[in-house]
Design a protein around this ligand. Structure first.
Ligand SMILES: [Zn+2]
Length: 168
């Protein structure tokens, strides 16, 4: 390869690399816009290792924390509540309210695509389970006795959430 053709291929490669980076940036932008969140998949063993026993019990085994047990229940500072397993923002302090149930409650998720809902027929009744859309963590349930403007009550386990103070 002479010097000239080497330079040409190097330039061509550089152009390709730049296009690739732009394509990835465009993809990320598109994702952020559409709210698509990707997937985080780990084995049961990995989750058990990464989480505290209580976090594991609630998020991976669909447990429920004792009412009033989470400091996040009475937390009203500005900020974002993320899934404790994968850090995906799921709720904002803007939609948090005091439901007097003992569980952190919200009237809407931060983005509809960041949570997934499923029918839950345990305990002899039909409830709507709320899961993290990225890693399937069990977060809590949603009921239709919430406040305006949605009338929904997202009843969450504080142990399934990680609060980050700041812009809500
Ligand atoms: Zn998650």
């Amino acid at each position: 390869m002479n010097r000239r053709s080497f330079l040409t291929s190097a330039l061509a490669f550089g152009a390709f690399a730049a296009t690739g980076a732009q394509a990835v940036a465009a993809l990320d932008k598109g994702r952020a816009k559409s709210g698509a969140v990707g997937r985080v998949v780990k084995s049961d063993e990995e989750w058990r290792r990464l989480l505290t026993p209580e976090q594991y019990e609630v998020t991976r085994r669909k447990g429920t924390e004792a009412p009033g047990s989470s400091p996040l229940d009475k937390q009203y500072a500005l900020g974002t509540y993320a899934c404790v397993c994968c850090d995906l923002p799921v709720f904002s302090s803007k939609a948090k309210y005091n439901s007097r149930t003992g569980w952190p409650s919200f009237w809407q998720p931060v983005n509809r695509r960041h949570v997934r809902e499923e029918k839950d027929r345990s305990l002899g009744e039909v409830r709507t389970e709320v899961l993290c859309a990225r890693c399937d963590a069990h977060l809590g349930h949603v009921f239709d006795d919430g406040p305006e403007p949605t009338g929904l009550r997202y009843c969450m386990n504080g142990v399934a959430l990680k609060f980050a103070a700041g812009k809500a």
